[in-house]
Design a protein around this ligand. Sequence first.
Ligand code: NAI
Ligand code: MG
Length: 326
Amino acid sequence: MTEQIAVVPGDGIGREVVPAARRVLEAAEPEFEFVTAYAGDAVKAETGTALPDETRDVVAGADATLFGAAGETAADVILPLRRAVDAFVNVRPARAHPGTDALRPETDLVFLRENTEGVYAGHESRLSDDVATLTRVVTESASERLAEFACEYVDERGEDGFTVAHKANVMRETDGLFRDTVARVADERGVSHDEALMDALATHLCLHPEEYDVVVCPNLAGDVLSDLAAGLVGGLGLLPSANIGPERALFEPVHGTAPDIAGEGVANPCATVFSAAMLLEYLGYDDEGRAVRGATESVLEDGPRTPDLGGDAGTEEVTEAVLGRL
Ligand code: NAI
Ligand code: MG
């Protein structure tokens, strides 16, 4: 079967790192059929809309999407694209690689973040000049779907279990429902789990990141805690992510368009190449995904490296080195 891969570079360094990662994907799995689609600031300037219907349709119809980043229009692009694939979980690995001077080299964990509700459900109101409110939405069904994904994730990878992050001591109804639902599903499936209050977890993650493997989080907590862990492993240029839906998925680096270096050919392609490795594994190409990750890790260890990691190589040279090791 020929899988169709949508490729949406977006703006800024998205146009540099996405073509680089596409070359790696082509080398890893020559059968993929690629469809390039456009979105972002430049498209808005040209056409008046940041996300043309055609791009949304290409992403909604593809088996998987590789996305770069959009600039000022990021929220108008990535949120609808995540909805287009019904991405109910955001998978964010934070792993320190040898040779990258990480703050906490022992860090190797993954956040499974609820991706559809919580405080990001969009229910905000301005009641008066003085008062603004926000309605937080937690459903049993979304918590269950996340928990089922987490149990499968842990089983497939042979992990011991997971930690549920919450603040149910204060948000008793919403995080209470989240925590109880995730724990119930894990118990039903025989997956071991513990829990942590998200504020205490932030401290403990800094001090002892090696004690965590898989952390299951509500939406906002997952956003904040995974960015904190990004700091521990050193560098936005290294962090991949996956937005997984029931039938398709979208893969993107955690970083944005990096306007300060865009167009200079020095963007680190590794975050997007690691995202491509996750794409391969998602589609069942486990050996190919492992090979891409291994090749990238060995380049990180031995060089060449881009300037964000202290090197003097460009995007092209690093990409060639990864291709060479593949
Ligand atoms: P950013 O991630 O683009 O850049 C932050 C810093 O990290 C910059 O100094 C940049 O040069 C560096 N950096 C990021 N990725 C790098 C890479 N691959 N190689 C080397 N250095 C790298 O975040 P910032 O500056 O907050 O946002 C810039 C623009 O990106 C904004 O317009 C924002 O809206 C957009 N953005 C889009 C996202 C998306 O589409 N998913 C996500 C985050 C930001
Ligand atoms: Mg964030």
